[in-house]
Design a binder for this molecule. Sequence first.
Ligand SMILES: Cc1cc2nc3c(=O)[nH]c(=O)nc-3n(C[C@H](O)[C@H](O)[C@H](O)COP(=O)(O)OP(=O)(O)OC[C@H]3O[C@@H](n4cnc5c(N)ncnc54)[C@H](O)[C@@H]3O)c2cc1C
Ligand code: FES
Length: 270
Amino acid sequence: MTYLPDPYKIKDIKTFTKDVKLFKVKCKLNPKPGQFIEVSVPGIGECPLASCSYNKDYLDLLTKNAGNVTSAIFKLDKNDSILIRGPYGKGLPIKELENNNLIMIAGGTGIAPVTSIIDYIEKNRKDFKEVFIYFGFRDENNILLKDKIKDWKKKFKMHIGLSEDNKSSEYEKGFIQEIIEKHKPKTEKTIALLCGPEIMMDVVTKELNKLGLKNDKIYWSMERRMECGFGSCGRCQIQDLYVCKDGPVFRYDILKPKLENETSANEVKE
Ligand SMILES: Cc1cc2nc3c(=O)[nH]c(=O)nc-3n(C[C@H](O)[C@H](O)[C@H](O)COP(=O)(O)OP(=O)(O)OC[C@H]3O[C@@H](n4cnc5c(N)ncnc54)[C@H](O)[C@@H]3O)c2cc1C
Ligand code: FES
């Protein structure tokens, strides 16, 4: 693992929506599914991103223009260089997932890390049982990676929910937890992987609990503000867990009490 960034070349850029682009970067860092890298633009700063492919020659950075650093990344062109260090984090405990049914649930750019896991599964298909994928987007214009989705629909049990769109004939209207309730996945010998805003993962976890899936079979991929990326600055801490070093993927029965203690520790004492 390196703490200094190296420059890599942007080989291709795809624009999906006005604020989401995919940057294909020639790079042999090959993060494991669930790990992340730190991307920087000189003079601006750094931010953590996941690769949305499992690939030894490229990083595919599905990037949302969310602020300072990501808007600077958005201004880069094909053949420009970009600074990258990592990969960081433990990523997914792949061995624990093997020989299970998998449920993958993500919303918006949260599909990036999940996509690298699906890529890994496709390359090692015999190690996993049935795969259920649920993605949520705002409306049809905000659906990301449509080509991949079309392909996965043929291979896996895949459902897309659009929270604000009832005009689409191809996709269903509904929040992701409603889509799961309607198209129930298997829950026996099953592990679920969730990625998206914490509020979304919370409601989805409650829905999965209702269907019989226990918290020790549910993993959350956490996005917290980060600086160092390797457990030194404390910026990403949730109680005694470092999201960058111990995660960013956590088993929910372990994470839940830490999140609850974090909330109560932040309450103002009168
Ligand atoms: C492990 C990990 C993997 C990630 N993978 C991706 C990815 O593949 N694609 C992608 O588009 N984004 C991803 N993110 C989120 C991305 O890192 C943030 O959008 C980015 O740091 C914003 O930086 P900025 O300087 O552009 O925005 P800033 O100017 O720093 O902030 C803009 C706004 O975004 C909020 N914000 C910034 N970072 C975060 C964060 N980590 N969590 C919650 N709110 C935040 C700020 O509070 C502020 O309101 C990931 C984050 C983590 C921790
Ligand atoms: S980002 Fe510095 S400790 Fe996690």
